[in-house]
Design a binder for this molecule. Structure first.
Ligand code: GRF
Length: 190
């Protein structure tokens, strides 16, 4: 069995996508989540990493310039031999230097059918617009927020009675299927 690609996952909160990435790690999986980084020291998602015996690095970004904080994160990732990065609900804009350093090796999952609805409140905006379909996208991270080439998407219908919460739940099921698949595809290209 070839050596697995060591992946770092960056989170800020709940961590359900992190959990999906961890749960998908069977024998045939070409990646291994080897480090979980959080800019929120008590992010609930850190528990998924700890339960799985994965190294964590949690540090509040407050008081540091964006590039300074990102340099600390970058050093942690490199010290752990990380070769690819998956953002999973990481609620921080990244500095250009960090993005450049991981170009082609860093992906994000976003809850919309990009290029529609970059940014926040995607579910409410899709309902408000009267869209029939919504979903999630995995894309390579570039300097622009929620931009960069889309690698994979999954769609769900928007139902007449949907609220942002019910729609978010339906999309999240698809996120958890899509993200591990997209990460597998990414690491196979490295
Ligand atoms: C997900 O909806 C993801 O698409 C977005 O932030 C949310 C994170 O959820 N980027 P979780 O922390 O993975 O549960």
């Amino acid at each position: 069995m070839a050596e697995k690609t060591r992946v770092g996952v960056l989170i800020s909160g709940r961590g359900s996508n992190l959990k999906a990435l961890i749960d998908a790690q069977g024998d045939d999986c070409p990646y291994e989540v080897a480090l979980v980084v959080s800019n929120v020291e008590d992010a609930p998602g850190l528990d998924f990493a700890r339960q799985a015996g994965i190294a964590t690095f949690a540090r509040n970004h407050k008081g540091l310039k964006r590039a300074e904080f990102d340099a600390i994160v970058d050093a942690e990732l490199r010290a752990h031999g990380i070769k690819a990065v998956a953002l999973a609900g990481y609620m921080r804009l990244l500095s250009p230097g960090f993005v450049e350093g991981w170009a082609g090796r860093m992906i994000n999952i976003h809850p919309s059918l990009l290029p529609l609805y970059k940014g926040l409140d995607t579910h409410a905006r899709a309902i408000e617009a009267g869209d029939a379909r919504h979903g999630c996208s995995v894309h390579l991270v570039t300097a622009e927020l929620d931009d960069g080439p889309v690698l994979a998407q999954a769609e769900v219908p928007i139902l007449p009675d949907d609220t942002p919460d019910t729609l978010a739940e339906r999309v999240l099921v698809e996120e958890h299927r899509l993200y591990p698949r997209a990460l597998v595809e990414l690491v196979r290209t490295l």
